[in-house]
Ligand binder design. Sequence first.
Ligand code: ZN
Length: 341
Amino acid sequence: MKALVKSRAEVGLWVEERPVPDIGPEDVLIKVRKTGICGTDIHIWNWDDWAARTVPGGLVTGHEFAGEIVAMGSRVQGLAIGQRCSGEGHLIGKLSRQSRAGKFHLDPATRGIGVNEQGAFAEYLRLPAFNVVPLPDEVDDEIGAILDPLGNAVHTALSFDLVGEDVLITGAGPMGIMAAAVARHVGARHVVITDVNAARLALAAEVADVTPVNVAVEDLRAVMVRLKMTEGFDVGMEMSGNQAALDQMIEAMVMGGRIAMLGIPPGKSPVDWSRIVFKALTIKGVYGREIFETWYKMIAMLENGLDVRKVITHRFGVGQFEEAFEVMRSGQSGKVVLDWG
Ligand code: ZN
């Protein structure tokens, strides 16, 4: 089969012929139809320090996918050949305290497909049946291929009650934009999304009914006055990993406000804890998706009118993967989807 492989310790990915994976008794084999390119894949392409430390040589990359089950191990139950599916890319252990409590997304022994284990940028993917998420007809393959990042957005957005709340999202990458769409869908009042990238802010306004603010040229305080927000934002979602954005968020929160953090700051960053204490803020770190509660909620919302399709700005056949990665690396795109046929 054809696969996108990290075959050399340098910038790039390479198409290689690989054997179709063997499956164990509790695995399924998935014929991959569409895949999404993630920021993680860009780190692997760029072969930065994190990637060099983390990714084994010869890895089949990719973890955002949708496809169809074409073979099942002997002990697999409740699935069928021909079932369209996506799946959770975190392969969890079942021995830790959190895992045994049913909080699978908090298992410290988690391994990721396309990062530690053979991934989804291939014609076929082996996946434990446990990780499979069947797709209803309402969720087509290209939306199925972005459920992993949509799940991050949903997990972040549903961290706190949003009904009637004023929400600040810092970072208008695809996940920030999708989190904004989710916040509107579940009933937030004002959703303000900030960035310094005009193209991404324009995309945010196209995908969801939100107020985009370019903090390089616009004053967030003035926007809050315009929206008649007197006391500050009730809920914050930090999706940028940018120190200045987090500082601005903490400054703009209401007393007792709640912040969900998905953005990853590069290394240690200074935090003025006294402001957090005196404002009585709650801060929650968000990692991955709740397995499988986030998946359930996300698919239910998609069936109920949540529309994030416009966040997909580029579609390529797998033969044009170099172009696809170039678009992603430009920082000017939304989600980029590869078609595997
Ligand atoms: Zn991803």
